[in-house]
Design a protein around this ligand. Structure first.
Ligand SMILES: [Zn+2]
Length: 413
């Protein structure tokens, strides 16, 4: 076949394919599910994630939620029982059964249980124990350590504020100095860094602003500077977001950077801004969708960071969350969908602060708001409730086995 024939052949093929729907379909993503055991941790590929097992549950459950997929009851029960085994008798959740409690794993486990959305899942959470654990992680400057004697960074403050608000164990005293510490992490560029004095970064910026929003103190940071930085992270050529100045685009920042826009928009609307759009977020929503669907979708299911990388649960979760935000301008009662590609691509609405499907976030907050905030007496009771023992399927040896650090993080890259 000569070049002219090849060109003709290519054009004929292109004509036979009316659009690029193969790359604009989310149907294949649904192959990415929990296995029969409920948790895919028994393969060599996932051994390095042994201390991130609640994260695996959360990434997969939330991704399925965003796609509108409902799990069978037996699978919901299996995952619920597994997450119960990750809970420490001291309060908080570890990266797996018998591991030390860790704030990131705690956030992931609580979010996964909220995604499961059943009363049995909610009841797994030992709320007095959770509050005890948050108090143990609090430092005198308002920051939070990720675990006992662990590292301190902005993820800790976000994870603590998110689980405290979601499960109604929040107390003013716990976060008295946290908002000021968070604002000290904003850099000269406008984004937030992991701790004061470091480089602005997309994941940490989400954690910083979302935590300030949970504490009702968004105005403690310089919002103009933040908006300038975050709007400049969307790359004109690719349409995706980069995580830092001079870095390449990456699908996961569709959420870490993308969620910053609804949080700022909601605040400005509440403050009565007259120039604010009531139809669009302040980034190019269609361009981000094109990047995710054309460049980051694996033809056999799942998303990856950028072309050339492998698909993984983390990027699948955050690409879908970012895609939902890009598809849906939602402010109060105003809703303006802008779905690129086939209409079946329409995803469920995502709560920009909790990164749960909105219906799941509302259901969980409503459930826990009806329960009393744990009292001092509740929190000082001996750890280890009968409820926890009932749901934990592991052997005593496993529950008291060797401990390990949980490596999962909401802002891992
Ligand atoms: Zn990434």
């Amino acid at each position: 076949m000569d070049k002219a024939e090849q060109l003709d052949d290519a054009q004929t093929s292109a004509e036979n394919v009316p659009d690029n729907s193969r790359y604009l379909s989310l149907d294949d993503i649904k192959q990415y599910r929990l296995d029969d055991e409920g948790v895919p941790t028994d393969t060599s590929m996932n051994q390095c994630l042994d201390a991130s097992r609640p994260w695996l549950c959360y990434w997969i459950l939330h991704a399925l939620d965003v796609l509108g997929h409902t799990l069978p009851v037996e699978q919901v029960d299996t995952v619920t029982a597994f997450l119960a085994r990750c809970q420490s008798a001291e309060g908080g959740f570890g990266g797996g059964p018998g591991q030390l409690p860790h704030l990131a794993a705690t956030y992931a486990a609580v979010s996964a249980l909220a995604s499961l959305g059943t009363e049995a899942a909610y009841q797994v959470i030992d709320r007095p124990g959770l509050r005890r654990f948050l108090r143990r992680c609090l430092n005198s400057d308002g920051s939070f350590s990720m675990h006992d004697d662990g590292e301190v960074d902005i993820r800790g403050a976000y994870c603590a504020a998110a689980v405290a608000r979601l499960t109604n164990v929040y107390e003013d005293a716990l976060f008295e100095k946290t908002a000021e510490w968070l604002s000290s992490c904003q850099t000269y560029e406008g984004g937030f860094s992991g701790t004061p004095g470091l480089e602005a970064h997309g994941g940490y910026t989400f954690c910083g602003l979302a935590a300030l929003a949970l504490l009702g103190h968004e105005r403690l940071c310089d919002l103009d500077s933040l908006m300038r930085w975050v709007t400049n992270r969307q790359m004109a050529l690719e349409g995706g977001f980069s995580g830092r100045t001079q870095k390449l685009v990456d699908a996961c920042y569709a959420y870490w950077q993308g969620a910053v826009f609804p949080i700022i928009h909601t605040l400005l609307a509440k403050e009565g801004s007259e120039t604010l759009s009531r139809e669009r977020w302040m980034f190019h929503q269609e361009a981000l969708q094109h990047y995710l669907l054309h460049c980051c979708e694996n033809a056999h299911g799942g998303f990856f960071d950028k072309p050339g990388k492998n698909r993984d649960f983390y990027h699948t979760c955050y690409a879908l969350s970012g895609l939902s935000i890009a598809q849906n301008f939602h402010l109060g009662r105003q809703h303006h969908p802008r779905v690129v590609g086939h209409q079946n691509n329409q995803l469920e609405l995502v709560h920009p602060i909790y990164n749960l499907v909105v219906t799941k976030a509302i259901a969980a907050t409503e459930y826990f708001s009806k329960l009393a905030v744990p009292t001092e007496a509740d929190c000082s009771k001996q750890a280890g409730s009968p409820r926890e023992a009932d749901l934990s399927g592991g052997s005593p040896a496993e529950r008291s086995g060797p401990t390990g650090d949980a490596a999962g993080a909401p802002a891992g890259q």
